[in-house]
Design a protein around this ligand. Structure first.
Ligand SMILES: Cc1cc2nc3c(=O)[nH]c(=O)nc-3n(C[C@H](O)[C@H](O)[C@H](O)COP(=O)(O)OP(=O)(O)OC[C@H]3O[C@@H](n4cnc5c(N)ncnc54)[C@H](O)[C@@H]3O)c2cc1C
Length: 478
């Protein structure tokens, strides 16, 4: 007997939608259930503070969405998605007024270090890697595939070998404070201590992406990515039910496959005994990482950066020198928040006037704090901005704060405020959520995991969803 729906998806984040689209494109009937009033997960835009001021609640900057081997196949532009690329992808200011400035052009970036030897090293390192980005995204952003290394040994080793290093070690190959700080800042996106193996890999991938595809933002806010994905899914015949939290698989209509855009804690609760003892034990051991402390601001003018070049940057990393960022990330892992935490900041209204009424400016910022932390980092984040932009605080007209527990209330996937669906350490990178040949499958042949708790992990790229859908199409929906 053929059951009613081929596949149900629980959770409408970027990965749930990607899985849904991949299955619908393969001709399968798909229905997606989302707990909140709208789909989107960590990729929504909302009026958090004042009417007409559009804040990105979670993700803001999208090198991975723009270059995702899955999203790039989809007609998202036909559904209104338009990318804005700032002239400067990333800026990292220092206290002396200088800054590492990452432009698409490798030479221009290297020139900002103020050190000829470092500039030459950066050029030698980045030029070939920039050309390898498509290969890196295709072969390394997903489950571990040993055959990839056999097909492209030199090009993948060029990226893969330094990627295995701790970021502290990679940064110290440079001698200028600007180049070192830049490597530390991009690597801190991993949420790992910079002394951890593979922390350099995150930084390296993000730097290469800045040169290869840029660090863009969608016009109108991140939610536009989701609107375009949802519109494409519906155009393929897919169905979406919102305001529909799924608390038991038994409440879903008859289906052949269920894909969970959820992290191990919720997979355990929903899957129950069907998952088998050994797999359940692995999920129970799964480790969540540090949390984000998110701050959204509305200003009465642009941020008055001491270094005016920073006004052209979409993303600004605030943390000063390498040593300070190392201390900030180590403190988070030791259960503390540094007095001067590393802050990631985006300033969308510099490039997109549709985000706020004339004269007002939006600031998106967060720092890393221990998982479940209940303190208040608002002042610390604002001091870090003021440090590099004297007078900034006097421009603040509204604030919105999301502490780790608020993030978890907003989206159950953010366990303790962890925004990456689990710690992205070397031991959980390729094997998340459990050690299995196919990490998207479970011992129940009809049940799959498609969230960022599977390879390649956090970020808006849809690749977890795409790989999970392929696993379903190889298995129960063959
Ligand atoms: C503050 C912050 C900043 C970030 N910045 C960036 C950035 O700049 N760039 C970037 O690429 N990424 C960024 N991220 C990370 C990114 O948002 C996530 O990695 C991404 O959204 C993960 O997608 P997902 O589909 O796996 O899960 P999610 O986006 O978490 O989606 C899961 C969905 O499932 C729903 N759900 C949960 N439980 C149930 C249930 N029982 N029944 C039905 N529905 C359910 C949730 O409501 C949610 O909509 C950021 C995240 C945060 C919080």
């Amino acid at each position: 007997m053929r059951l009613g729906i081929d596949a149900v998806i629980v959770g409408g984040g970027p990965n749930g939608l990607a899985a849904a689209i991949a299955l619908a494109r393969a001709g399968r009937s798909v229905r997606l259930y989302e707990a909140r009033e709208t789909v989107g997960g960590g990729c929504r835009t909302a009026e958090l503070t004042e009417p007409g001021v559009l804040h990105d609640v979670c993700s803001a900057i999208h090198p991975l969405a723009r270059s995702s081997p899955f999203f790039s196949q989809l007609p998202l532009a036909d559904h209104g998605l338009e990318w804005i690329e700032p002239p400067i992808q990333i800026a990292h200011p220092l206290d002396d007024g200088t800054a590492a400035i990452v432009r698409r052009d490798v030479d221009a970036t290297a020139g900002s270090f103020g050190d000829e030897r470092d500039a030459a090293l950066y050029r030698r390192w980045m030029r070939p890697l920039g050309g390898d980005w498509d290969l890196i995204a295709r072969e390394l952003l997903g489950p571990l595939r040993p055959t990839a290394g056999l097909r492209h040994p030199v090009r993948l080793a060029r990226f893969g070998l330094p990627a295995l290093l701790p970021a502290s070690m990679l940064a110290r190959r440079f001698r200028s404070p600007a180049a070192r700080a830049l490597v530390a800042g991009v690597s801190a996106h991993s949420f790992l201590p910079l002394s951890a193996p593979m922390s350099a890999g995150f930084g390296l991938a993000l730097l290469v992406s800045a040169h290869a595809v840029g660090w863009p933002m969608p016009r109108g806010g991140s939610g536009r990515i989701i609107e375009a994905l949802a519109a494409h899914f519906r155009a393929l015949g897919g169905e979406i039910e919102t305001a529909r939290p799924v608390r038991s698989l038994g409440e879903l209509p008859p289906h052949r496959a269920a894909l969970l855009d959820l992290t191990p804690r919720q997979v355990l609760a929903l899957g129950g005994p069907r998952l088998g003892r050994a797999y359940r034990a692995q999920l129970a051991r799964y480790r969540y990482g540090p949390a984000a402390f998110k701050l959204d601001l509305v200003l009465d003018g642009p941020i008055p950066w001491a270094n005016p070049a920073l006004g052209e940057a979409g993303t600004v990393h605030l943390g000063g020198r390498l040593e300070e960022i190392e201390a900030s990330e180590s403190a988070t892992h030791a259960g503390r928040v540094a007095d001067r935490p590393f802050v990631l900041l985006a300033q969308p209204t510099q490039f997109d006037p549709s985000r706020a009424p004339t004269g007002r400016h939006v600031v998106w910022a967060y720092c890393h704090v221990p998982n479940g932390w209940t303190g208040d980092a608002t002042g610390a984040i604002e001091r870090q901005i003021e440090r590099f932009a004297p007078g900034f605080r006097s421009l603040i007209r509204a604030r919105h704060v999301l502490r780790p527990r608020d993030l978890e209330r907003y989206n159950e996937n953010y366990v303790g405020g962890d925004i990456n669906g689990g710690l992205q350490s070397w031991s959980q990178f390729f094997t998340r959520p459990a050690v299995r040949r196919d990490p998207y499958s479970t011992p129940d042949p009809s049940l799959f995991v498609c969230s960022s708790s599977t390879p390649p992990g956090g970020g808006v790229h849809g690749l977890c969803g795409m790989h999970a859908a392929r696993s379903v199409l190889r298995g129960v929906l063959r």
